[in-house]
Design a protein around this ligand. Structure first.
Ligand code: CA
Length: 443
């Protein structure tokens, strides 16, 4: 079984009162890591607690860590967390234990609180690592089934889907933190007369995914056995794989997605560690008798029994009209990470199975996390059947695809009886119009 310890104790409370609220994403049982800036503070690592950020650099300066944890805390205080992520899980766990002790009721950090706490609403969150590589998987069987039906109605799902976790290499440089606007991309799109046009995308979409940050990597040429892969996952975030369907459709055959994807990828800024997620582990999705047998390197008893995570995920849409009236974003997707056909560890092992070296801070996307139900359709392509059946929002507005000024907001939350609920915070971005300096269309 997964190891739980006193940092998961449901009875543990914090001296920061907002961390004890039932609806907070960041109780003391969570303690996710991120990188922030704030007035008077350069970019540095912090921990989310209630509506505050605990400044690890300031805590180091106050001498609050043991000698064993000081080197780990130094790595966690840097403006990119790669060195921290590369550390053995026991070191990361040791720091978590000390942070939990500092922040719990009666903890030693309280008397330094005026310098250690930064209100979240006064901080700017950054992408928390120098991401060297970004790979986006395609591991929801419900997404692949529906997307195939829309894009290629007569085609079966890709023949290799049940044999291996399919993926493409994405672009790391265009990964942005929640809150950064996404500029509507321009690109070549096919037209019905066989010509192509270069124009702003008219089929802009979101994809609700979870991001997996790689911890310790592997040496080039040396695969990662599946039983070791779970310890190579540093933690998870929310990820929006923005997709321009018209550009994607025209460019993708035969080499796969390119400019229809790499104009932007948004991530939530807090990394929820696998240790914080330990109470919410569940079995991997069961394969049916008709499915091809797993190859040995993708098969592991522990991964079968606890390779999944029960994380409830929502996507909500906020249109300019809703914003003007002060209406809350309207939920349009409700799904769960446990809908995955392949586990996160299987993605890691498959990625390294040819000897490809994963590095600390690399990011893997799970792929669109659609489940079997209508409400779990996790992108507009599925919700509107390729733009043919508009989505009607509670205020009567319709959407075939995302429009300028629309904001897409993701949330993730873990609930289980006997455990304190934790969350991921928000992954949000608003669509900005295509730039006026567009190249002229040839049509
Ligand atoms: Ca994707």
């Amino acid at each position: 079984m997964t190891t739980l310890n006193e940092t998961h104790d449901p009875a543990r409370k914090s001296w920061i009162e907002t961390a004890n609220a039932a609806n907070t994403d960041f109780p003391i049982q969570n303690l996710p890591f991120g990188v922030f800036t704030a007035p008077g503070r350069d970019a540095r690592g912090g921990v989310a607690i209630g509506d505050m950020i605990f400044d690890i650099k300031a805590a180091l300066e106050a001498g609050l860590f043991s000698s064993a944890a000081t080197e780990v805390a130094k790595a966690a205080s840097l403006p990119a967390l790669n060195t921290f992520m590369a550390m053995p899980p026991a070191h990361v766990s040791g720091l978590r234990r000390e942070l939990s002790d500092l922040l719990r009721t009666g903890g030693r950090a309280e008397k330094h609180k005026s310098n250690l706490l930064v209100p979240m609403n006064s901080a700017t969150m950054k992408v928390p690592a120098d991401i060297g590589g970004f790979t986006d998987f395609f591991t929801s069987i419900d997404h692949v089934t529906r997307a195939t039906r829309v894009l290629r109605p007569d085609a079966p799902i890709p023949p290799s889907f049940k044999h291996l976790p399919m993926a493409y290499n994405g672009r790391a440089s265009s990964i942005v933190a929640s809150g950064v606007p996404v500029i509507r991309p321009q690109g070549q799109q096919g037209r019905s007369n066989g010509a192509s046009a270069f124009a702003p995308s008219r089929m802009l979409d979101y994809e609700l995914e979870v991001g997996i940050y790689v911890g310790a990597g592997n040496e080039l040429g040396h695969p990662i056995p599946l039983h070791e892969a779970r310890d190579r996952i540093f933690g998870l975030c929310l990820l929006n794989d923005w997709s321009a369907r018209d550009i994607q459709r025209f460019e993708s055959f035969p080499l796969g997605p390119f400019l229809g994807k790499c104009f932007a990828t948004s991530v939530s800024p807090w990394i929820v560690t696998t240790e914080a997620l330990a109470p919410f582990r569940v079995s991997s999705r069961k394969r049916t008798a008709d499915d091809p047998p797993l190859h040995d390197h993708l098969s592991d008893a522990r991964d079968q029994t606890e390779g999944g995570f029960d994380i409830a995920l929502t996507a909500a849409l906020e249109t300019p009209a809703m914003r003007a009236k002060g209406d809350a974003p309207a939920p349009i997707t409700r799904t769960n990470l446990n809908a995955l056909y392949w586990s996160c560890a299987q993605m890691i092992t498959h990625h390294a199975s040819n000897g490809c070296n994963l590095e600390p801070g690399d990011l893997l996307g799970t792929g669109t996390l659609s489940g079997p139900t209508d409400e779990s359709r996790a992108c507009m392509l599925e919700l509107t059947t390729g733009g043919k059946q508009p989505l009607t929002l509670p205020n009567g507005e319709n959407r075939n695809w995302l429009e300028d000024g629309d904001a897409v907001v993701f949330n993730g939350r873990c609930n289980r009886d006997g455990a304190v609920s934790i969350g991921f915070g928000e992954c949000r971005a608003e669509i900005a119009p295509a730039l006026a300096t567009a190249l002229p269309s040839r049509l």
